[in-house]
Each structure stands twice: as C-alpha cells, then as structure tokens.
Design a protein around this ligand. Sequence first.
Ligand SMILES: *Cc1c(COP(=O)(O)O)cnc(C)c1O
Length: 328
Amino acid sequence: MVQKMRVQEIWEARKRIAPLVHKTPLIRSPLLTEQAGRPIYLKLENVHDIGAFKVRGAANKMLSLNDEERKRGVTTYSTGNHGMAVAFIAKKLGIEARVCISNRVPKAKVDLLKAMGAHVEIVGESQDAAGIRCYELQREYGITVIEPFDDRHVIAGQGTIGLELLEDLPDLIDVIVPLSGGGLLSGVGLALKSNSPEIRITGVSMEQSAVMVESLKAGKPLEMEESETLADSLLGGIGLDNKYTFSMVEKYMDDVLLIPESRIAHSLAYMVDKHRLIMEGAAATGIAAVLDNKIHHQEGPIAIIISGQNIDISMVLDLMQKYTAEKE
Ligand SMILES: *Cc1c(COP(=O)(O)O)cnc(C)c1O
C-alpha cells in the first residue's frame, strides 16, 4: 500500500538527529564551476563519521523507537553504508545491533562491523537468507529491522540534507542525487519541492541494474539481476511491496541519467587528481553528470550530493593509474 509523507516529518527529523548528526558543509567548486559554466556546489555527505549520509536516516529511525523497542535491539542485513550507519548509531545510543550477513561477505567488512560494536550473525549463502533471518528476529524476538530506504523515518532523516541545502543556497535550481532504493531522493525531493517546486531533481545511477529506473519505466517495482559496478552502493532491489520510495521518486524526480562505468571511473579519478577529493563510485555518478554537461535545462546553481567516500584505497590507486595512463 502506498503511504504519504509530510515535510513536517523532515523538520522533526532535523531536531531529533541534531545531537548525533552534524550539519555537513556545502562548498563551491571553482573547478567544476569553470567546467560547467554555471555555479557548482558539492554537498559533502562524505564527511560524516562513517563516510556516508546514511547516519541521518539510521539516527532518525532509532531515536524514534520507544524504550521497550530500544531494549530489544535492532537488526539489518546491509553490510554497506547502511549497515555501518546502523552499527554506529546503535552504539551511540546503547542499543544492541545485530547485522545478519551471508558467508560470502569479505572478512574485512565483517571485522569493520564488529569493530563498530555490532553483533555479526553469519547465516547462509546469500543476502536473501540474511534478510529472511532479520525478519525472523523481528517476528520472534521483537527486534526492529532498520530498513535501508523504504521507511518514513529513514526517508525523513535523509531529507534533512534538503533542508540544509535550502539554508545554505537559497537560489539553488538543480540538484543531482545518486539513486538506488530512493530513500535519499525521496527525502531530499520532499524537502526541496515543498519549499521551492521549481527546483529540478536529477537522479543519477549506473547503467546496469538501475532497479528503480527500470521499475519506474515498467510502472511497478521489479526484481533484477545485479551486475558489477564501481557504484556498488547503488546496487540492490527496491522491494516488490515498496511502500514509499517508488511513488515518491516517481513524483519528485524530474530527470534521470544512467552513467557508464568508464565515466564513473574517469570522474572519480578526476576528482582525486584535480580536486583532491576522494569519493566512492556512487557519488562520482553525479560528478560525471556535470563533467559530461548533461544538466542543461536551466541556468543557476547546481548542487551535487557527494553521498559517500567508502571505497577501497587499492581501487582508487588502480583507477588513478589507468587515468594517468590515458592522459599520457
Ligand atoms: C545508499 C547510498 C546511496 C543511495 O541511496 P538510496 O536511498 O538507496 O537511493 C547513494 N550513495 C551512497 C554512498 C549510498 O550509501
């Protein structure tokens, strides 16, 4: 069933998460401004403690739990930025976090989650098995599953980015938002369009396995095979029984751009070389949109949400080497 959200929920989230999640900087990029011929700003969501914006939604969700729910604990089956955000915020609030993972998850990730204080439970061979275990924990022990995007508190938390953008850049006219399950775009869209309906929102994703984009085309949530991508944080389904983000992305997203792997790679390396800024592939999709001049329907400032920086440094070095070789 489709559910509706109000912008008021984002204002409430802002107040609620303030003690745990700091406002992030919005910087003007002289380099990209020069390239694009219009002002380009970067919203640095990579500077959060865990290196990605997902702490906002996780904090808003967990702070909304009552004492009884907090005592029973929380669980998730994400090993990416959402899993880290859940572990991080749970620790801050003294809530027990249980991350269910498959035995395919690399040891480095497991160690990281453990170091953040999470209980890691290894179940089966696939992400699906891990997900099933999470819902079992919810049914049997009343442990709350913290959804990665399709939850009103999570969406409202991510939406606080939109409020900060309006504060820092009142004449903002275009926003570029990396898109996967759509919690980020839904929240930012609701915040921005409630205040300034003329702001255009462009979603960016990788070319292969952009599940939300394919689902919108089909008019209903789809399931798809996953392919390898540099934008690994954008992988994953949107849920066949999607409650919020499918309809919110449909409503708030004006345009969508699918970025080829080669351009994600180039943009990521370019930002290290010219901007001295490291970001992960998911965030580099937004840079590619600007470098390749894909946003040209109007004039005025563009903000790109630099959604995270969690990429293996060996991968960055690899990309830098290829980039340097191409330049020569
Ligand atoms: C989760 C994530 C996204 C996508 O957010 P959704 O709410 O799933 O659309 C983009 N970038 C990074 C770095 C992420 O971790």
